[in-house]
Design a protein around this ligand. Structure first.
Ligand SMILES: Nc1ncnc2c1ncn2[C@@H]1O[C@H](COP(=O)(O)OS(=O)(=O)O)[C@@H](OP(=O)(O)O)[C@H]1O
Length: 291
């Protein structure tokens, strides 16, 4: 497919205290005024935490689709507003399925208020900071709609400083975690748990959503959503996305826990861990960096 012309890579800027790019703030009023419906299901994540995996599982559990429709069309990305393609809001307006499955990377304080008013259910997926940072680095290398990542060392420092699109990982995961403590409509799950036992995590998801899928259905969904199967599936692997250059790195890259060990030097890991302890000292939220 011929590559469409994109403007140069966007720049990060401070947006109400969170680093963002214009691709996620240009449609701000429409996003903030978005009218959620009570049965909408929101999949909220920090980028690269397992959004696509959980979106695909939910799409299959609800719709068992075998029709060739891209996941991004089936699970629109609320705040996305990139030239040449329909915005997330436009795609949501066209969506005819119920419940609507909606993707967002917004930190908790930016979520449009109608989601809270309508008491929508939210599935939040979190991933350990080290693997999340590595995945984000490779994503920014290959995605021309993201800021230049620079080299790994600089990128890691920026990650620790929270100078990433959608802001600080630390604030994102703890912000949603705190919200979950007083809101039973939020199901908080971990990428590492999904890798360890996808079936168990799918059962927990079904129970949260009140879905009574049969064992056969769940087995089929689990099989289709395995990394190697999703990597081959052009409807979910982003191979048709014009802003991504798979020659640099594929979207479905490794799908592992612990790949950070192939990227962090011992010194980087120690510095990261010290900084992590300081930043996370006021939360009970715990992550696993190996399983
Ligand atoms: N089925 C399955 N199993 C295991 N891992 C999976 C799966 N699907 C996606 N992935 C991995 O998730 C990472 C992409 O995260 P997101 O989908 O959140 O990215 S995005 O924010 O929507 O761009 C990215 O992680 P890395 O491989 O570490 O880069 C994907 O490979």
């Amino acid at each position: 497919m011929e590559r469409m012309e994109l403007p140069p890579r966007p720049k990060l800027f401070d947006f109400h205290g969170v680093s963002m790019t214009n691709y996620f703030t240009d449609n701000w009023n429409n996003v903030q005024n978005f009218q959620a419906r009570p049965d909408d299901i929101l999949i909220a994540t920090y980028p690269k935490a397992g959004t696509t995996w959980v979106s695909y599982i939910l799409d299959q559990l609800y719709y068992d689709q075998s029709s060739p429709v891209c996941l991004l069309d089936r699970v629109p990305f609320l705040e996305l507003h990139i030239p040449l393609i329909p915005s997330g809001i436009e795609m949501l307006d066209k969506l005819t399925t119920t419940p609507r499955l909606i993707k967002t990377h917004l930190p908790v304080q930016f979520l449009p208020k109608s989601f809270w008013e309508q008491k929508c259910r939210v599935v939040y997926v979190a991933r350990n900071a080290k693997d999340n940072a590595v995945s984000y680095f490779h994503f920014d290398r290959m995605n021309m709609a993201q800021p230049e990542p620079g080299d790994w060392n600089n990128f890691l420092q920026r990650f620790m400083d929270g100078k990433m699109v959608f802001g600080s990982w630390y604030d994102h995961v703890t912000g949603w975690w705190e919200k979950k403590q007083t809101n039973s409509n939020i199901h908080y799950m971990f990428y590492e748990d999904m890798i360890e036992d996808t079936g168990r995590e799918m059962d927990r998801l079904c129970s949260f959503l009140g879905l009574s899928s049969s064992t056969e259905d769940k087995d089929r969904v689990r099989e289709r959503s395995q990394f190697d199967n999703m990597k081959k599936n052009n409807m979910v692997n982003y191979s048709t996305d014009f802003v991504m250059d798979f020659k640099i790195s594929p979207f479905m890259r490794k799908g592992k826990v612990g790949d950070w060990k192939n990227h962090f030097t011992v010194a980087q890991s120690e510095q990261f861990d010290d900084d992590y302890k300081r930043k996370m000292k006021n939360t009970h939220l715990q992550f696993r960096t190996t399983i």
